[in-house]
Design a protein around this ligand. Structure first.
Ligand SMILES: O=C(CO)COP(=O)(O)O
Length: 152
């Protein structure tokens, strides 16, 4: 696989997701970082988006609920270059009916070199990074050269 660099703008697109037992954690994290988050474009799966916007007033583009396909929607936005960061507090203690979707989302985030925080401390380190609110270069798979190689 060949890679190319793309420039991420200072204003990032961040996807916020939490399983039910972790929703209090993501709400608290968003309350603690409300000011920093308000400068970015926020996406969330359905229920996570509702609880965060009710608790913080942040503007969030809500997708479908996770078990109904929301994780797949986030994965699709990542492949389209429309989501730059993933904050996903997944539950390590409970199996989910949509575990294959969760795994697929985490895989696609790795494929597209997306920073992923799976717990509040990782998210704290991420948002404290000087790169969080500045332009930076991200290496991504060079899809066009991949297609060209496979078709010539
Ligand atoms: O299940 C989820 C992620 O796998 C989250 O979905 P909700 O935000 O709709 O609860």
């Amino acid at each position: 696989m060949e890679y190319k660099n793309i420039t991420l703008p200072a204003n990032k697109s961040i996807a916020l997701i939490a399983h039910d037992n972790k929703k209090p954690d993501i709400v608290k994290w968003c309350q603690d970082h409300k000011e920093d988050l308000s400068g970015h474009t926020l996406y969330a799966t359905g229920t996570t988006g509702s609880v965060i916007s009710n608790a913080t007033g942040l503007t969030i583009q809500r997708l479908i609920s996770g078990p109904l396909g929301g994780d797949q929607q986030v994965g699709s936005l990542i492949t389209e270059g429309k989501v730059d960061f993933l904050i996903f507090f997944w539950d390590p203690f409970e199996p989910m009916p949509h575990d294959p979707d969760v795994k697929a989302l985490l895989r696609i985030a790795a494929v597209w070199n997306i920073p992923v925080a799976c717990n509040p401390i990782s998210a704290d380190f991420m948002i404290a990074s000087p790169l969080f609110a500045t332009e930076f270069q991200r290496s991504v798979p060079d899809y066009e050269s991949y297609i060209t190689k496979r078709t010539h």
